[in-house]
Write a protein that binds this ligand. Structure first.
Ligand SMILES: O=C(O)CCC(=O)C(=O)O
Ligand SMILES: [Fe+2]
Length: 332
């Protein structure tokens, strides 16, 4: 990914967090995802298909598996990876959905790709209160929702840890682009604590490690973050985890509020921006990296920006008491 804020496509090369699949890799991956699609049942969320995707990961090209195992071990200074040029069968693409809560129920090549990569990172799962708990969710602009701080909106989406309020937030957020916005300006933004930390003042760093912050859950979750004070930075002070949502996290002390203001300011000044094209998959390490998106102008003409999203969890066992029947849906 490019290192300057707001820049367009990055040069491709080792170390910049971007990797373009070569023709042989792409062909090999296509065999795997097409084979997976051929063995799909009627539903994306069929546990048998999820299991097949897990097995199919073993057949993914070695270079792709190596890249993912490295990323799992250490997600690098940007805590994000963009794989460009995945084979997703773009010429057959239907109109961009316009409905709120739209998800992918019917198996497709992009869904096979997302489930395959989820298996490379851990296991896929989703939240019942969000997009009906579907494993492959549409990220599309929705008429009338322009101002919403969520992926249905088209105003700037501010920086956030995905599901920051939740004890079992995903470890990775995968966003696969099917179609860019009309003007090619909708930029996925990421900001990693590994880049931010050296730029924060010592008092701010210190304040962010104190449990003086509350992150509200959206009402749909039926959870209340009220009273649960937590730190924004946890773990090793040299390489901490970061959990923060600009729109939903508030400091409960003056020092906490000042620290969040500084964190936001530095994130907005130094983020990495990337324009995703068809077949580009962004993987965000949600433990250390915030993400957001620039504003854009939807037309609701069937050709709007369309990403598909799947969450991956490194250790699904940890959320077992949230997932009835050991399924893929967290119900609380
Ligand atoms: O639209 C984007 O690029 C990001 C949306 C987002 O934050 C999400 O779907 O979790
Ligand atoms: Fe998000």
């Amino acid at each position: 990914m490019p290192s300057a804020a707001g820049t367009a496509l990055s040069p491709v090369g080792p170390g910049d967090g971007t990797h373009r699949l070569g023709t042989p890799e792409s062909a090999a991956l296509s065999l795997v995802t097409r084979g997976l699609l051929d063995r799909a049942g009627e539903r994306v969320d069929d546990p048998d298909w999820v299991a097949r995707a897990r097995h199919a990961w073993e057949d993914a090209p070695a270079e792709v598996r190596r890249l993912m195992s490295q990323f799992r071990r250490h997600s690098g200074p940007d805590g994000a990876l963009v794989l460009r040029g995945l084979p997703i069968g773009a010429p057959d693409l239907s109109a961009t959905p316009v409905l709120k809560g739209s998800v992918q129920c019917v198996p497709s090549l992009p869904a096979a790709t997302l489930l395959l990569f989820a298996a490379g990172l851990g296991d896929p799962a989703a939240f019942a209160a969000e997009k009906s708990g579907a494993l492959v969710q549409d990220v599309v602009p929705v008429p009338g929702q322009e101002e919403v701080q969520g992926n249905v909106g088209s105003v700037e989406l501010t920086f956030h840890t995905e599901n920051a309020f939740h004890p079992h937030r995903p470890d990775y957020v995968m966003l696969l682009c099917l179609r860019p916005d009309h003007e090619g300006i909708a930029e996925l933004r990421t900001s990693c604590i590994r880049r931010l930390l050296p730029l924060l003042t010592p008092p701010t760093r210190e304040a962010l490690t104190r449990p003086e912050y509350v992150t509200e859950a959206p009402p749909s979750f039926g959870l209340s973050g009220e009273g649960t004070v937590r730190a924004v930075l946890t773990g090793d002070p040299e390489d901490p985890d970061l959990c923060f949502d600009e729109a939903a996290t508030r400091g409960v002390t003056d020092a906490g509020r000042a620290a969040l203001a500084e964190l936001s300011e530095v994130a907005h000044r130094t983020y990495t921006g990337v324009l995703l094209g068809p077949g580009d998959l962004a993987i965000v390490d949600n433990r250390v990296t915030l993400h957001g998106r620039s504003a854009f102008t939807p037309r609701y003409d069937g050709q709007d920006r369309w990403l598909q999203r799947t969450f991956a969890f490194s250790d699904l066992r940890r959320s077992r008491d949230h997932r009835p029947g050991d399924g893929t849906v967290l119900v609380k």
